[in-house]
Design a protein around this ligand. Structure first.
Ligand SMILES: C[S@@+](CC[C@H](N)C(=O)[O-])C[C@H]1O[C@@H](n2cnc3c(N)ncnc32)[C@H](O)[C@@H]1O
Length: 286
Protein backbone atom coordinates (compact mmCIF):
# COMPACT_ATOMS: atom_id res chain seq x y z
CA UNK A 1 0.00 0.00 0.00
CA UNK A 2 2.65 2.48 1.17
CA UNK A 3 4.63 1.72 -1.99
CA UNK A 4 1.60 2.56 -4.13
CA UNK A 5 1.27 5.97 -2.52
CA UNK A 6 4.93 6.78 -3.06
CA UNK A 7 4.75 5.53 -6.67
CA UNK A 8 1.72 7.62 -7.47
CA UNK A 9 3.39 10.72 -5.98
CA UNK A 10 6.48 10.13 -8.07
CA UNK A 11 4.29 9.62 -11.12
CA UNK A 12 2.45 12.90 -10.56
CA UNK A 13 5.77 14.71 -10.26
CA UNK A 14 6.90 13.53 -13.70
CA UNK A 15 5.96 14.91 -17.07
CA UNK A 16 3.21 12.95 -18.80
CA UNK A 17 4.23 10.98 -21.90
CA UNK A 18 2.01 13.12 -24.12
CA UNK A 19 3.54 16.38 -22.84
CA UNK A 20 7.01 14.88 -23.14
CA UNK A 21 6.27 14.09 -26.79
CA UNK A 22 5.15 17.70 -27.38
CA UNK A 23 8.24 19.12 -25.69
CA UNK A 24 10.48 16.73 -27.64
CA UNK A 25 8.92 17.79 -30.96
CA UNK A 26 9.26 21.48 -30.04
CA UNK A 27 12.93 21.04 -29.05
CA UNK A 28 13.60 19.05 -32.21
CA UNK A 29 12.05 21.69 -34.48
CA UNK A 30 13.98 24.54 -32.84
CA UNK A 31 17.37 22.90 -32.25
CA UNK A 32 17.62 19.58 -34.12
CA UNK A 33 18.22 17.78 -30.81
CA UNK A 34 16.35 14.52 -30.23
CA UNK A 35 15.31 14.20 -26.57
CA UNK A 36 15.38 10.62 -25.43
CA UNK A 37 12.15 9.32 -23.78
CA UNK A 38 14.45 7.40 -21.40
CA UNK A 39 15.47 10.75 -19.94
CA UNK A 40 11.95 11.49 -18.69
CA UNK A 41 12.85 11.45 -14.99
CA UNK A 42 15.93 13.61 -15.54
CA UNK A 43 14.02 16.08 -17.68
CA UNK A 44 11.19 16.24 -15.13
CA UNK A 45 13.68 17.17 -12.41
CA UNK A 46 15.37 19.76 -14.52
CA UNK A 47 12.17 21.43 -15.70
CA UNK A 48 10.84 21.45 -12.15
CA UNK A 49 13.84 23.62 -11.29
CA UNK A 50 12.85 26.08 -14.03
CA UNK A 51 9.20 26.00 -12.89
CA UNK A 52 10.28 27.00 -9.40
CA UNK A 53 12.43 29.84 -10.77
CA UNK A 54 9.72 31.20 -13.05
CA UNK A 55 6.74 30.65 -10.72
CA UNK A 56 4.83 28.15 -12.88
CA UNK A 57 2.83 25.53 -11.04
CA UNK A 58 2.58 22.86 -13.74
CA UNK A 59 4.77 21.46 -16.53
CA UNK A 60 2.03 22.44 -18.99
CA UNK A 61 2.02 26.09 -17.89
CA UNK A 62 5.82 26.26 -17.97
CA UNK A 63 5.97 24.71 -21.45
CA UNK A 64 3.32 27.16 -22.74
CA UNK A 65 5.52 29.97 -21.46
CA UNK A 66 8.61 28.57 -23.23
CA UNK A 67 6.65 28.23 -26.47
CA UNK A 68 5.52 31.85 -26.29
CA UNK A 69 8.98 33.42 -25.87
CA UNK A 70 11.55 34.26 -28.53
CA UNK A 71 15.09 32.90 -28.71
CA UNK A 72 16.45 36.15 -27.26
CA UNK A 73 14.46 35.70 -24.01
CA UNK A 74 16.64 34.73 -21.00
CA UNK A 75 14.29 31.86 -20.14
CA UNK A 76 14.89 30.30 -23.55
CA UNK A 77 18.57 29.99 -22.71
CA UNK A 78 17.81 28.71 -19.21
CA UNK A 79 15.49 26.07 -20.74
CA UNK A 80 18.18 25.12 -23.27
CA UNK A 81 20.75 24.79 -20.48
CA UNK A 82 18.54 22.15 -18.88
CA UNK A 83 18.11 20.04 -22.01
CA UNK A 84 21.60 20.27 -23.54
CA UNK A 85 25.00 19.31 -22.25
CA UNK A 86 27.82 21.86 -22.30
CA UNK A 87 30.46 19.33 -21.29
CA UNK A 88 33.79 20.40 -22.78
CA UNK A 89 37.45 20.90 -21.84
CA UNK A 90 40.65 22.14 -23.43
CA UNK A 91 42.63 19.73 -25.61
CA UNK A 92 39.74 17.25 -25.71
CA UNK A 93 40.73 14.30 -27.98
CA UNK A 94 44.52 14.46 -28.14
CA UNK A 95 44.73 12.92 -31.62
CA UNK A 96 42.78 15.86 -33.11
CA UNK A 97 45.21 18.42 -31.74
CA UNK A 98 48.23 16.40 -32.85
CA UNK A 99 46.82 16.44 -36.37
CA UNK A 100 46.00 20.14 -36.15
CA UNK A 101 49.50 21.12 -34.97
CA UNK A 102 51.75 18.66 -36.74
CA UNK A 103 49.94 18.25 -40.03
CA UNK A 104 47.44 21.03 -40.67
CA UNK A 105 49.44 23.99 -39.30
CA UNK A 106 52.78 22.66 -40.61
CA UNK A 107 51.36 22.33 -44.12
CA UNK A 108 49.72 25.74 -43.89
CA UNK A 109 53.00 27.40 -42.88
CA UNK A 110 54.84 25.59 -45.69
CA UNK A 111 52.26 26.68 -48.29
CA UNK A 112 52.44 30.28 -47.09
CA UNK A 113 56.25 30.26 -47.23
CA UNK A 114 56.22 29.03 -50.81
CA UNK A 115 53.63 31.67 -51.75
CA UNK A 116 50.97 29.06 -52.56
CA UNK A 117 48.51 30.63 -50.14
CA UNK A 118 48.13 33.93 -48.31
CA UNK A 119 48.93 34.19 -44.60
CA UNK A 120 45.29 33.84 -43.70
CA UNK A 121 43.56 31.34 -41.44
CA UNK A 122 39.84 31.41 -40.68
CA UNK A 123 38.40 28.73 -38.40
CA UNK A 124 34.86 28.08 -37.22
CA UNK A 125 34.40 26.27 -33.91
CA UNK A 126 30.70 25.36 -34.22
CA UNK A 127 28.86 24.49 -30.98
CA UNK A 128 31.84 25.70 -28.94
CA UNK A 129 30.05 25.72 -25.58
CA UNK A 130 32.14 27.67 -23.02
CA UNK A 131 35.02 28.40 -25.40
CA UNK A 132 37.45 25.60 -24.51
CA UNK A 133 37.74 24.54 -28.17
CA UNK A 134 38.46 28.01 -29.66
CA UNK A 135 41.07 28.60 -26.95
CA UNK A 136 42.68 25.21 -27.70
CA UNK A 137 42.85 26.18 -31.38
CA UNK A 138 44.44 29.50 -30.45
CA UNK A 139 47.02 27.79 -28.17
CA UNK A 140 48.10 25.47 -30.99
CA UNK A 141 48.34 28.36 -33.46
CA UNK A 142 50.42 30.49 -31.10
CA UNK A 143 52.75 27.55 -30.45
CA UNK A 144 53.10 26.25 -33.98
CA UNK A 145 52.69 29.07 -36.46
CA UNK A 146 55.90 31.01 -36.90
CA UNK A 147 55.29 34.75 -37.17
CA UNK A 148 51.63 34.40 -36.20
CA UNK A 149 51.53 38.19 -35.83
CA UNK A 150 52.00 38.52 -39.61
CA UNK A 151 48.94 36.35 -40.26
CA UNK A 152 45.28 37.25 -40.61
CA UNK A 153 43.91 34.81 -38.06
CA UNK A 154 40.28 34.56 -37.03
CA UNK A 155 38.56 31.95 -34.90
CA UNK A 156 34.78 32.21 -34.81
CA UNK A 157 33.18 30.39 -31.87
CA UNK A 158 29.42 29.86 -32.03
CA UNK A 159 26.83 28.12 -29.90
CA UNK A 160 23.06 28.16 -29.57
CA UNK A 161 23.36 28.90 -25.83
CA UNK A 162 23.95 32.52 -24.91
CA UNK A 163 24.88 31.64 -21.29
CA UNK A 164 27.66 29.36 -22.53
CA UNK A 165 28.94 32.14 -24.79
CA UNK A 166 28.89 34.66 -21.96
CA UNK A 167 31.11 32.28 -20.01
CA UNK A 168 33.32 31.76 -23.11
CA UNK A 169 33.93 35.52 -23.41
CA UNK A 170 35.44 35.52 -19.91
CA UNK A 171 38.13 33.09 -21.17
CA UNK A 172 38.55 31.74 -17.64
CA UNK A 173 38.91 28.01 -17.06
CA UNK A 174 38.86 25.81 -13.98
CA UNK A 175 41.11 22.94 -12.94
CA UNK A 176 39.08 20.30 -14.74
CA UNK A 177 38.92 22.21 -18.03
CA UNK A 178 42.69 22.86 -17.84
CA UNK A 179 43.59 19.25 -16.99
CA UNK A 180 45.01 18.34 -20.42
CA UNK A 181 46.72 21.61 -21.29
CA UNK A 182 50.44 20.87 -21.71
CA UNK A 183 52.43 22.44 -18.88
CA UNK A 184 54.45 24.62 -21.25
CA UNK A 185 51.30 26.03 -22.89
CA UNK A 186 49.78 26.69 -19.48
CA UNK A 187 52.81 28.77 -18.52
CA UNK A 188 53.08 30.63 -21.81
CA UNK A 189 49.46 31.33 -22.67
CA UNK A 190 47.51 31.55 -19.40
CA UNK A 191 47.56 33.72 -16.31
CA UNK A 192 46.70 32.02 -13.05
CA UNK A 193 43.83 33.98 -11.48
CA UNK A 194 43.57 32.01 -8.23
CA UNK A 195 44.29 28.47 -7.01
CA UNK A 196 41.66 26.98 -9.27
CA UNK A 197 41.34 29.27 -12.28
CA UNK A 198 43.40 30.31 -15.28
CA UNK A 199 42.67 33.03 -17.81
CA UNK A 200 43.71 32.83 -21.46
CA UNK A 201 46.06 35.69 -22.36
CA UNK A 202 45.07 38.36 -24.94
CA UNK A 203 47.72 36.75 -27.16
CA UNK A 204 45.11 34.01 -27.71
CA UNK A 205 41.79 35.79 -27.22
CA UNK A 206 42.56 38.58 -29.73
CA UNK A 207 41.89 36.05 -32.51
CA UNK A 208 38.57 34.80 -31.15
CA UNK A 209 35.06 36.20 -31.68
CA UNK A 210 31.93 34.63 -30.21
CA UNK A 211 28.45 34.72 -31.74
CA UNK A 212 25.15 33.04 -31.03
CA UNK A 213 24.23 30.70 -33.91
CA UNK A 214 21.82 27.82 -34.38
CA UNK A 215 23.38 25.06 -36.51
CA UNK A 216 20.03 24.52 -38.25
CA UNK A 217 20.47 27.98 -39.81
CA UNK A 218 22.89 28.79 -42.65
CA UNK A 219 26.24 30.27 -41.59
CA UNK A 220 26.56 33.75 -43.09
CA UNK A 221 30.29 34.11 -42.43
CA UNK A 222 33.26 32.38 -43.97
CA UNK A 223 34.55 30.77 -46.05
CA UNK A 224 36.57 28.85 -43.46
CA UNK A 225 39.79 26.87 -43.83
CA UNK A 226 38.73 24.55 -41.01
CA UNK A 227 35.41 23.83 -39.28
CA UNK A 228 35.47 22.07 -35.91
CA UNK A 229 32.14 20.41 -35.12
CA UNK A 230 32.50 18.08 -32.17
CA UNK A 231 30.17 16.35 -29.74
CA UNK A 232 26.96 17.96 -30.90
CA UNK A 233 25.60 15.99 -33.88
CA UNK A 234 25.45 12.94 -31.61
CA UNK A 235 22.24 14.49 -30.23
CA UNK A 236 20.74 15.02 -33.72
CA UNK A 237 18.84 12.61 -35.98
CA UNK A 238 19.89 11.94 -39.58
CA UNK A 239 17.57 14.57 -41.06
CA UNK A 240 18.93 17.40 -38.92
CA UNK A 241 22.51 16.18 -39.32
CA UNK A 242 22.02 16.51 -43.10
CA UNK A 243 20.74 20.09 -42.73
CA UNK A 244 23.70 21.04 -40.52
CA UNK A 245 26.23 19.40 -42.84
CA UNK A 246 24.83 21.23 -45.85
CA UNK A 247 25.31 24.57 -44.08
CA UNK A 248 28.78 23.57 -42.89
CA UNK A 249 29.95 22.47 -46.36
CA UNK A 250 28.61 25.74 -47.80
CA UNK A 251 30.75 27.66 -45.31
CA UNK A 252 33.99 25.85 -46.22
CA UNK A 253 36.68 26.89 -48.72
CA UNK A 254 37.44 24.30 -51.42
CA UNK A 255 40.11 22.05 -49.85
CA UNK A 256 39.08 23.01 -46.29
CA UNK A 257 38.80 20.43 -43.50
CA UNK A 258 35.95 19.43 -41.21
CA UNK A 259 37.05 18.04 -37.84
CA UNK A 260 34.31 16.13 -36.02
CA UNK A 261 33.89 14.01 -32.89
CA UNK A 262 34.55 10.29 -33.21
CA UNK A 263 30.87 9.35 -32.83
CA UNK A 264 29.20 12.12 -34.82
CA UNK A 265 27.78 9.62 -37.32
CA UNK A 266 28.19 11.55 -40.56
CA UNK A 267 30.27 9.05 -42.57
CA UNK A 268 27.21 7.93 -44.56
CA UNK A 269 25.77 11.38 -45.20
CA UNK A 270 28.96 13.30 -45.90
CA UNK A 271 28.00 14.20 -49.50
CA UNK A 272 30.97 15.53 -51.44
CA UNK A 273 33.31 15.46 -48.44
CA UNK A 274 36.28 13.11 -48.66
CA UNK A 275 36.98 11.03 -45.54
CA UNK A 276 40.58 11.42 -44.37
CA UNK A 277 40.22 9.78 -40.93
CA UNK A 278 37.01 8.59 -39.24
CA UNK A 279 36.89 12.06 -37.60
CA UNK A 280 38.33 14.19 -40.40
CA UNK A 281 36.80 15.19 -43.74
CA UNK A 282 37.96 17.39 -46.59
CA UNK A 283 36.00 19.41 -49.14
CA UNK A 284 37.18 18.76 -52.71
CA UNK A 285 39.50 21.41 -54.18
CA UNK A 286 37.21 21.98 -57.19
C1 LIG B 1 28.81 18.84 -25.52
S1 LIG B 1 28.97 20.50 -26.05
C2 LIG B 1 30.32 20.35 -27.19
C3 LIG B 1 31.38 21.39 -26.94
C4 LIG B 1 32.65 21.24 -27.78
N1 LIG B 1 32.37 21.26 -29.20
C5 LIG B 1 33.41 19.97 -27.42
O1 LIG B 1 33.41 19.02 -28.19
O2 LIG B 1 34.01 19.92 -26.34
C6 LIG B 1 27.54 20.62 -27.16
C7 LIG B 1 27.14 22.06 -27.46
O3 LIG B 1 26.25 22.06 -28.57
C8 LIG B 1 25.39 23.17 -28.43
N2 LIG B 1 24.21 22.98 -29.33
C9 LIG B 1 23.21 22.08 -29.20
N3 LIG B 1 22.33 22.24 -30.22
C10 LIG B 1 22.79 23.26 -30.98
C11 LIG B 1 22.32 23.89 -32.17
N4 LIG B 1 21.18 23.52 -32.77
N5 LIG B 1 23.05 24.90 -32.69
C12 LIG B 1 24.21 25.30 -32.09
N6 LIG B 1 24.70 24.75 -30.98
C13 LIG B 1 24.00 23.73 -30.42
C14 LIG B 1 25.04 23.14 -26.94
O4 LIG B 1 24.56 24.39 -26.50
C15 LIG B 1 26.39 22.75 -26.32
O5 LIG B 1 27.12 23.87 -25.90
Amino acid sequence: MGGDVVDSQVFVKQISDSLLAKIAEFVYQRTGIRLSPQKKALLSNRLRRRMRQTGHSSFEAYFKHVQSIGEDHPEWDAFLQEITTHETFLFRDEVHWEWFQNQFLDQLAKDARSGRRPRKLHIWSAACSTGDEPVTLACCIAAKLPNAHLWNIRILGTDIGTGALEQARKATFGIRAMGRVPEEYRRRYFTQVDEEHWQAKPLLTRWITYKQHNLLEPMREGPFDLVVLKNVLIYFDVESKKVVLEHVIQSMHPGAYLLTGAAEGIANIRGSLKRVYPWLFQKPEK
